[in-house]
Ligand binder design. Structure first.
Ligand SMILES: [Zn+2]
Length: 172
């Protein structure tokens, strides 16, 4: 078993034959496709991957990739720290024909016998696991604003739906 510092490169098919487990940490800063999350570059990315074969003897990998990313709350537009947790369960395939032959509920992972770059797999999995809509459980600013009448009025003016409602009432 591998633990601690993650390797940069992996040979997934070899690891599957060895039934290897890889555990360790990296940071968001080391995943270039997550560079847009500028306030999250120091966040730890926890990785735990198990390689092996499934019941059909197909080489596969499963496990967890998790971190936290600052996103924009879709309700109050303030930053919100979202935990992002991916649970990859991938079956290794060599080519398009094997992808087509794979039962639909299985996720194919196109890999040859060559080494792969681990960070690319981690980026892909985390991007797929991003919440579709980021939101605070309770928006701090909304609570704050409703406590102040002047601020509440301001938020009404900024709200495009309120403007729309005004236009509509004018039409009536
Ligand atoms: Zn919010």
């Amino acid at each position: 078993m591998f633990s601690g510092q993650l390797p940069s490169f992996l040979e997934p098919r070899k690891l599957a034959d060895q039934e290897a487990e890889i555990k360790g940490q990296t940071t968001v800063a080391r995943l270039p496709r997550l560079a847009e999350f500028r306030d999250s570059q120091d966040e730890i990315v926890e990785v735990a991957l198990r390689f092996g074969r499934d019941e059909e003897r197909r080489q596969c990998v499963s496990g967890t990739v998790k971190t936290a990313l600052m996103m924009t709350c879709q309700r109050c537009l303030e930053p919100v720290r979202c935990s992002v947790e991916a649970h990859p369960a991938l079956v290794m395939v060599y080519n398009e024909d094997q992808i087509k032959a794979l039962p639909e509920h299985l996720d194919p992972w196109l890999v040859t016998d060559e080494k792969i770059i681990l960070s690319e797999l981690l980026e892909e999995e985390l991007l797929l696991a991003l919440p579709l809509v980021a939101m605070h459980e309770q928006c701090p600013t909304v609570l704050h604003k409703s406590a102040e009448p002047s601020a509440a009025a301001e938020s009404k003016r900024d709200n495009p739906f309120a403007v729309l409602a005004q236009l509509k009432s004018r039409d009536d």
